[in-house]
Design a protein around this ligand. Structure first.
Ligand SMILES: NC(=O)C1=CN([C@@H]2O[C@H](COP(=O)(O)OP(=O)(O)OC[C@H]3O[C@@H](n4cnc5c(N)ncnc54)[C@H](O)[C@@H]3O)[C@@H](O)[C@H]2O)[C@@H](O)CC1
Ligand SMILES: Nc1ncnc2c1ncn2[C@@H]1O[C@H](COP(=O)(O)OP(=O)(O)O)[C@@H](O)[C@H]1O
Ligand SMILES: [K+]
Length: 505
């Protein structure tokens, strides 16, 4: 896992390193400038003519510092200071003075298109309001130039915590972010504005982070190495060892959702799977997934003794894919949430839509409950509009998790998972190949299968790993086929191939 910090946390870490550890601010800035200069001169760009556009704060200071380092290495660099010198931060003032001593070329009103690479050092984590007026024009000109951009710390105009554009934001090809990535580099517009994100070690003292409780320090990014532990299988285990999953899914016209979830669940390692579904799709399930067991019900009598027995039998329960929003499905959901005891229960798709009408059910359900809404479903669960939600997804998800004590997997191009202990995981795997019907059903199956296969079925820490794996499947499937050509069942095929690779590691 890699740590991610908010803008506020980063400022505190900077200050702690400077004030308590006594590392001079200028030393941090020198390292930041060096990292930026190295990114500019990597083979990715032609660094023939470099323009560094700077704001008045320390982000601008990093930029001027990078310009000086590049100048001393013999590159042709110009600096444009976009702002009033009276507003310079101490760090920026020092850097400008040094740069002038070295006779760096300062320009006014640059013709952006004349340059081969632009360094965006206008705003970093200090952006405090929407960008308007002259600064808005400048950021627009950078974008319109279509010259490759290296952003310093965060593309200017992007909110470091939410990834929303504050009026306008620079479209970067590479972002060199200092010490830790920031949530806004990945979430919402951040994904398309940050380009390739490089994290630069600038000597921030992070023991403070290690000692902090998880509530104060709580964003993580999953890495491929984290998946290593997922598929270690006890060689003398039996199908019971690897967990029994009850999947309440499917309805008359939606057998496919049940099948996708069910197969993904078994291929993610569950020892046994039993469907609880309507008798209308019995044949379809039996013929397409003969490995699964089956209990069927008549929609006129959805609650049966069989359901009680199946819930007793299961180690992990999943409810939602394709169950429909008919009242009978609501009755089952209510029964499950009231009677599941402390068994983990994944609630997805239609079950979320039903739940949104009775949120008290979720509040009174015993943990662990795992809800997996996409933004539309999350909007229904919270009663917030989509645009209100998207203006600050971490805040909305965090508040939801606090209120209901659940794990929330808020699915988006960059999915955010928050656990009840406050730990948040931003998923950076996956691509638009996953934006295909049934891909969420596959994710639900993978979460169920991995929970079932875990020694402790209630170990919710595996959930961000399942989300990461699902993303990898999208990447791998699109590599083989094309982003547009991937369908959800390809993800399941890819699951076995990727698991094999992990098993061999
Ligand atoms: N010594 C330090 O504190 C270090 C700071 N670093 C850099 O410093 C950055 C943070 O520096 P600052 O806190 O000075 O903040 P920034 O440089 O990100 O921006 C603050 C400046 O922008 C102005 N501003 C904010 N929003 C505006 C808007 N919408 N329109 C016009 N002006 C606006 C503020 O009034 C202030 O002048 C980091 O992102 C990082 O790049 C790094 O060099 C590491 C060390
Ligand atoms: N552009 C994208 N990039 C990465 N992942 C995506 C993208 N679009 C969708 N996804 C992922 O695909 C899945 C879609 O789930 P969902 O919307 O529930 O689909 P369905 O209901 O059709 O099964 C989620 O895991 C989501 O994070
Ligand atoms: K910037």
């Amino acid at each position: 896992m890699k740590k991610i910090v908010t803008g506020e946390q980063m400022k505190k870490l900077d200050q702690y390193t400077i004030n308590s550890m006594k590392v001079p601010s200028s030393v941090l800035m020198e390292r930041a400038g060096l990292a930026v200069s190295e990114a500019v001169t990597c083979k990715r760009f032609s660094a023939d003519r470099i323009l560094v556009v700077c704001g008045c704060g320390n982000n601008g200071g990093d930029g001027v510092c990078a310009a000086r380092i590049l100048h001393l290495k013999g590159y042709k660099v110009s600096v444009f200071v976009a702002g009033d010198p009276k507003k310079f931060s101490e760090g920026m003032r020092e850097q400008v003075e040094i740069a002038r001593n070295y006779r760096i070329n300062f320009v006014k009103n640059p013709d952006y298109a004349e340059y081969t690479v632009i360094v965006d050092a206008v705003f970093g984590v200090g952006l405090s309001r929407p960008v308007t007026g002259r600064m808005r024009v400048i950021l627009g000109q950078i974008n319109e130039s279509h010259v490759p951009v290296v952003a310093v710390d965060i593309p200017s105009g992007l909110n470091s915590d939410t990834g929303t554009v504050m009026g306008i934001a620079v479209q970067a090809d590479v972002t060199v972010t200092m010490a830790y990535a920031k949530p806004g580099l990945f979430l919402r517009d951040g994904q398309t504005h940050s380009g390739h994100v490089m994290v630069a070690d600038i000597g921030i003292y992070d023991t403070r982070l290690k000692n902090q409780d998880e509530d104060n320090f709580c964003f993580f990014r999953t890495d491929k190495e984290d998946l290593g532990s997922l598929f270690i299988r006890q060689e003398n285990g039996n199908k019971g060892t690897f967990g029994k999953v009850l999947l309440i899914a499917g309805s008359k016209n939606m057998a496919g959702a049940a099948l996708l979830s069910g197969e993904a669940c078994m291929r993610a390692g569950a020892g046994m799977l039993k469907f609880y579904t309507t008798n209308e799709i019995r044949e379809s399930i039996l013929s397409n997934l003969p490995e699964a067991m089956l209990s069927v019900f008549d929609t006129k009598e959805p609650l049966s003794e069989q359901l009680e027995k199946d819930m007793e039998w299961a180690d992990v329960i999943g409810i939602g894919p394709g169950i429909s929003t008919e009242p009978y499905a609501g009755q089952i959901l209510e029964y499950v949430l009231k009677n599941k005891g402390n068994k983990p229960c994944v609630i997805d798709a239609d079950a979320l839509n039903l739940l949104s009408l009775h949120m008290s059910l979720l509040k009174s359900a015993a943990p662990p409950c795992i809800v997996t809404p996409h933004i539309g479903e999350f909007s229904r669960l919270t009663g917030m509009s989509v645009s209100e939600l998207c203006s600050d997804i971490p805040k909305a998800v965090r508040e939801f998790v606090q209120e209901y004590g659940v794990v929330c997997v808020c699915k988006d191009a960059r999915t955010l998972t928050i656990l009840p202990n406050g730990c948040a995981y931003i998923n950076t795997s996956g691509n638009s190949a996953l934006a295909t019907a049934g891909s969420g059903d596959v994710l639900t199956g993978i979460i169920l299968g991995i929970l079932a296969g875990s020694d402790n079925h209630a170990d919710i820490r595996v959930i961000p790993l399942a989300v990461y794996l699902h993303g990898i499947l999208g990447e791998a499937a699109s590599f083989r086929r094309s982003k547009a050509g991937v369908i959800a069942s390809d993800l399941i095929e890819e699951l076995t191939i990727q698991n094999k690779k992990l098993e061999n590691q």
